[in-house]
Design a protein around this ligand. Structure first.
Ligand code: SF4
Length: 85
């Protein structure tokens, strides 16, 4: 692997990390302020009947994303890892 390829991969990973960090912050802010509550309610209803759902988390041990769903479901550009919403 060349240094240039390594640098390109690092930049791509940093971009993914910063998007994830931005969405986590946005989700918790939305949850506190009540933004996108209707969207969250619709998504949470789907999650609550999913086998990966446990105590408001999407369980990584069952193939889920590991996210705290009351926050994640408020973020418009977030997605269910198995395309249920
Ligand atoms: S985000 Fe998707 S996989 Fe996770 S609990 Fe909700 S419906 Fe299930």
């Amino acid at each position: 692997m060349t240094l240039l390829t390594l640098a390109a991969k690092l930049i791509i990973n940093m971009d993914k990390f910063s998007k994830k960090a931005k969405n986590i912050l946005e989700g918790f802010t939305n949850e506190v302020t009540g933004k996108n509550q209707k969207l969250s309610d619709q998504r949470m209803e789907i999650c609550q009947s999913c086998v990966k759902f446990h105590k408001n988390f999407c369980l990584r041990g069952r193939g889920g994303c590991g996210c705290f769903l009351p926050a994640k479901t408020t973020v418009e550009d977030e997605k269910c890892p198995v395309d249920k919403w």
